[in-house]
Design a protein. Sequence first.
Length: 90
Amino acid sequence: YKPPRSKHCAFCNNCVLRFDHHCPWVSNCVGLRNYRYFVCFVISTFVMALYVFAVIVFFIVLLTRLDKRARIYSILTANPLAAALAIFTF
């Protein structure tokens, strides 16, 4: 017996009811019983990226206010990790 809209996933070798897609980031199939968890994962990842971006922007603004002569370019070249994280999360 095969329930309607069930599919066999070739990646994880499972039969999934209301199969949507196989997500490589969570290494699981997204289907009927785990839509809520997948959406929570996507939202929490987005919120974390926003938090990291806000902290980096706050850090750069704080450094520009501490040194009145410093420009954003000189701060980003002095702190390449901050620049890389800001670009990655944006």
